[in-house]
Design a protein around this ligand. Structure first.
Ligand SMILES: C[S@@+](CC[C@H](N)C(=O)[O-])C[C@H]1O[C@@H](n2cnc3c(N)ncnc32)[C@H](O)[C@@H]1O
Length: 297
């Protein structure tokens, strides 16, 4: 595994993010999902310093990867790692109606619906929407599911919510600061006054400053599955997901820092922002694998 030297810890976070603003040029119209994902992967590799599009996720979550997502996250293991954190936070804030804006295959949406919350599951990737529906049906959970991109969320979903959750390192699919600002404004808009937004991310401070480590207890808990960075730069981190049968998939994410996200949330009008490291309120910034931020609209 070639991990490129990363880290410019002294870089002003906002400047670093601005450097990450990006577009992938020459997007082909290759409709074969596997080939399209590989092509996207190759383009990122060869265009390190060029602009990466926040639409890249649409190509990366292709059917064969989505079909294996649950093998990667392993619902039982992930639930054990979270120790009831999300239902507890939502109850503490008196939430009833919840939007899971990055449902993926439906892990949190189903968990929260089963816990009694009134949940709408949404995702921008059609394959993820299909898989959330399939999982909810298989588990006998009555769950509305729809396609919605965060950038147009308030047009796409109906009504307002007591909570919006955007989990699984999803927010770091955005490579452009203007889009992050736009998305947080959209999140704010679909929340009722006093509602909460819950956003998590990998601990990129620690990845950029100290290199990647994993406690293997959170998020990607599947047996025999490896999720680790193949390449770390200040502009993007390319994660490689290896399955026991040798299948390999990739995701490209923007390595944004905790303070930077807190600042963006505050700028978007969220108040009383609380941070948790690996689901604990008391943590050292470089210690946890994942960081969750909760803000009040
Ligand atoms: C890493 S997955 C996490 C999925 C799920 N929350 C989990 O924890 O397993 C990120 C999800 O965010 C979705 N996503 C990324 N960018 C998006 C956007 N702009 N609008 C809506 N969904 C987006 C992807 O389709 C994907 O399902």
């Amino acid at each position: 595994m070639a991990v490129a030297a990363a880290s410019t810890p002294s870089l002003e976070p906002r400047l670093q993010a601005t450097a990450a603003c990006a577009r992938v040029a020459n997007r082909g119209d290759d409709n074969d999902n596997g080939r399209a994902a590989q092509a996207a992967h190759d383009r990122v590799g060869h265009m390190a310093s060029e602009m990466i599009s926040s639409d890249l996720y649409q190509e990366e979550y292709e059917p064969s990867f989505v079909e294996r997502w649950d093998e990667l996250i392993n619902w039982e293991g992930r639930e054990r790692g979270e120790r009831g954190f999300y239902p507890r936070i939502l109850r503490e804030h008196g939430c009833e109606r919840v939007l899971d804006a990055a449902s993926g295959t439906g892990f949190h949406a189903v968990q929260l619906a089963k816990a009694g919350f009134d949940v709408l599951a949404a995702d921008g990737a059609p394959e993820m929407v299909r898989k959330t529906r399939e999982n909810a049906e298989a588990l006998g959970v009555d769950l509305p599911v729809q396609e919605a991109d965060w950038r147009t969320l308030s047009d796409d979903v109906e009504g307002t919510f007591d909570a919006l959750v955007c989990l699984g390192n999803a927010f770091t699919h955005l490579f452009d600061e203007d889009e992050r600002v736009q998305v947080l404004a959209q999140f704010h808009k679909v929340l009722k006054p006093g509602g909460i937004v819950v956003i998590d991310q990998r601990n990129y401070d620690s990845i950029l400053d100290q290199g990647f480590t994993s406690k293997h207890r959170f998020y990607y808990t599947g047996h025999g599955v490896d999720a680790s960075p193949e390449e770390i730069t200040d502009e993007y981190v390319r994660f490689r997901y290896t399955f026991p049968d040798g299948a390999v998939h990739h995701l490209t994410m923007a390595p944004i820092r905790q303070d930077y996200v807190t600042g963006l949330m505050a700028d978007a009008g969220f108040r009383n922002i609380r941070r948790y490291g690996d689901f604990e309120a008391d943590y050292e910034p470089l210690e946890p694998d994942f960081v969750v931020q909760v803000g009040t609209a």
